[in-house]
Ligand binder design. Structure first.
Ligand code: 5AD
Ligand code: FES
Length: 346
């Protein structure tokens, strides 16, 4: 197995079968070697820097009904909220003073956030903070909508493809959601000049190793600037409530593989990873991750953006994720960068 890691490290790719055996390989020695190589590559391109993204969860309304998600339309128990323009701006003000230079506005697919509203707030943020990047994560929208928001000043867009496999996609989503539409959105975003982030959940019900290999192949084709992966975590108000969460070791192996396959990509140590293990994000950082996305949402709404059970950073004690994260990042030998943190040319 060590030879496979060597080969991936020196060539950046493996055959499908080789990838499959590496993804499934659960011996500690290989895992340690993969971590070491992934860290070596991340340090070559990004040194010991970790980039911050301030996550502002602008709406828990969603017109979609993804089977895994706690804020799916069909969840009558979900608490719904949307932030006002003023609330969003105040999150940015707070974030800017804490040193954030990227603001991510993320939400469910909520028609309240029209192009007009979004363009207004994007240009206002860009005017106030010209040294900051604005990232959007608002799901599938028309190409024209993406274009208007780009013209208003948006720099980046996050839209996980969730799975590149048609069959699995259908098992995770209601029939009105179509994988090809999602892929088209991602290609449109790229064409419009956004820096694009995509990704998938690890250990989602019915996922096979072949499915994960398809995800890697799809991303080789798309060439995203960022890849967000985290474990699937069940939500008690969904049909998937009795499935186990994705395994920490598997997420870490995939992170290591991603760093070796996509040396310059931005790779976040996700909140979901921090939720399944108290040191999940730290282990992610040691295995190639170079981004963290602390929550900047008003503490009063954090529990309502409830994608999965036991999400961290939602309690009163978390008003200050910035400080908490800085200690965590430093504890594993990295430092927070004050830069916008654009990806290197791919
Ligand atoms: N567990 C883990 N991640 C989830 N997401 C949605 N529901 C869950 C869950 N139950 C992820 C999806 C989505 C992102 C915003 O959160 O991948 O794209
Ligand atoms: Fe949010 Fe620690 S990072 S409380």
């Amino acid at each position: 197995m060590k030879e496979l890691v060597e080969k991936l490290y020196s060539t950046g790719d493996l055959s499908d079968d080789e990838l499959k055996s590496l993804i499934e390989c659960n011996d500690t020695e290989t895992a340690e070697f993969l971590t070491e190589k992934a860290d070596c590559v991340r340090r070559k391109y990004y040194g010991n820097k970790v980039f911050l993204r301030g996550l502002i969860e602008i709406s828990s309304y969603c017109k979609n009904n993804c089977l895994y998600c706690g804020i799916r339309r069909g969840n009558k128990n979900a608490q719904r909220y949307r932030l006002s323009r003023e609330e969003i701006l105040s999150c940015c003000e707070n974030g800017y003073s804490l040193g954030f230079r990227t603001f991510v506005m993320q939400g469910g697919e909520d028609s309240f956030f029209t192009d007009e509203f979004m363009c207004g707030i994007i240009s206002e943020i860009k005017n106030k903070y010209p040294d900051c990047a604005v990232t959007l994560s608002l799901g599938e929208r028309s190409k024209n909508s993406y274009k208007l928001m780009k013209n208003a000043g948006a720099d980046r867009y996050l839209l996980r493809h969730e799975t590149a496999d048609e069959e699995l996609y259908k098992k995770l989503h209601p029939s009105e959601m179509i994988l090809q539409n999602r892929k088209n959105c991602l290609y449109n975003l790229k064409k419009l000049g956004y820096q694009v982030g995509t990704g998938f959940m690890v250990g989602v019900p019915f996922q096979t190793t072949e499915n994960i290999v398809s995800d890697l192949r799809f991303m080789q084709e798309l060439k995203p600037q960022m890849i967000g992966i985290g474990p699937f975590i069940p939500h008690s108000d969904t049909d998937f409530k009795n499935f186990p969460h994705g395994s920490l070791e598997l997420v870490l192996r995939i992170l290591g593989i991603l760093r070796l396959m996509f040396p310059k990509v931005l790779l976040p140590a996700t909140t979901a990873l921090g939720t399944i293990s108290p040191v999940g994000r730290e282990l992610g950082l040691k295995t190639g991750c170079n981004v963290v996305m602390p929550n900047l949402s008003p503490v009063a709404v954090r529990k309502k953006y409830d994608l999965y059970d036991n999400k961290i950073c939602t309690g009163e004690e978390s008003a200050e994720c910035r400080g908490c994260l800085e200690r965590r990042i430093n504890s594993v030998g990295y430092v927070i960068s004050q830069e916008r943190g654009d990806s290197l040319e791919l």
